[in-house]
Ligand binder design. Sequence first.
Ligand SMILES: [Zn+2]
Ligand SMILES: [Zn+2]
Ligand SMILES: [Zn+2]
Length: 365
Amino acid sequence: MSGDSDDCLVVETKILPDKKWAESLEKEELEYFTKNQIPFEELEDRVVRCTACFKQGNHKQKGFFVRHPGLGVPICKDCKKFYFEGSWRKDDEGKFEYCGWCAQGGDLFCCTNDNCPNAFCLKCVKRNLGRTAVSKIEDSEEWKCFECEPNQLREQRLLFFSILAFWTKVDEKVKKKVEAKKAKEKAKNRSDCLTKTYQLASQCNLISKNFVTKNAENWAKNPNFSDKKVKEQSAEDFSKYLALSQKNLNQLKQRFLESVDEDLGASKKRSEKLTEIIEDLDSISNGHLEAIVVKKEKVKFQVLQNSSDEESTPKANGKKSKVPEEVQVSDTDELASSSEDEKDSDFDSDNIEKEEKSENKQQKK
Ligand SMILES: [Zn+2]
Ligand SMILES: [Zn+2]
Ligand SMILES: [Zn+2]
C-alpha cells in the first residue's frame, strides 16, 4: 500500500505470487523458515485459523488460505477480498483508518514510522500475538508496524510458509501417483518378452497363491485334521497341486523362451544359455525351506530345500505350505483347470491381463 492521496485503492495486481514472495524473503528470515518449517505430519493435524477473522479453515485444501497481501500471514479468501474492497481512507495525520490486517476499523495502533500509513487494530494484535504484545505496543513510544518490521509476525509468517510447502508436497505426491499410474499403464501395453513373461509369471503366482491360501484355510477349518484318512486324502490333494505347479512352471519356462526368441530373434546359443541358468539350481541356493523367514509380503527369491533332496520341487511340509511366496518361483501351473478351489484358469494371454490387477507384484524389476 502506498498512499499519498487521501483515499487510496490497494491494487491486488501488485502482490507477488506466493512462489515469488517466498523467493523474495530476506535471507535471514528464509533461513529461519527453512530451519523451523512445520513438518508435514504436524501440519496435517493442526488447527489453522484465519489470522484476520479467526475462523478455522481447511489449510490442507490448496488455496483455502491465502497470503495476506501486506503481512505474509495466512488469511481466508473472504478476508482477502474484503481487504481489497473499497478505498482505504486516511486520517489527518495520513494514517489509514482501517486495520492493515483485518481491514476493519476499531482501536488502532498507528505505525510511528513517518512514511508508513499503516495502523493495526487491537483485536488483531491481541488475537494473534497475545495481550503482552498489546501492552508492549501501548507502552512503547515508538512502534514500527508489522509491515515495517515483519519479524514481529515471524511465527504467523512461518505458518504460511509451511502451508505453502505443505501444498507443494501434496502436489508432488499427486504428481508422482499420476506418473506412476501412467508408467504402469504404459508398461502394461508393452509387448517385449520380459513384460510378457512377468505378466505370465505373475499370473502363475496368483494361481499358486490362491490355491495354497484356499487349501490352507480349508485345512485350518477341518475338524478332522487328526484323522489319518483325512490326512491322506489331503496329502493327495496337495500332491496334485505340486504336479500342477510343475506343469505350470514348465509352461512358463517354455513360453518365456519362446517370447525371448520372438522378441530378439531365435538364437540357439541364447536359449541354451538361458536353459542352463534355469537349471543351475546351485546358483540361487540362497534360501532353504528351514531358513525361510516369512516377512510380511516382501520375500525375495528363495529356493525351497526339501527334506529329501529333490531340487526344484517345492516340498512344503504342512507348516509352510501356506506361504505363497515360496511357491512362487518354482511352482505355477494351470491349476486352474484342475483345482476347483481357485478362480483363475487357463494360461491364456488374455487372462493374464485380467489377473494383472490383483496379483501382488513382488518381482517387478
Ligand atoms: Zn478470515
Ligand atoms: Zn484488525
Ligand atoms: Zn509501518
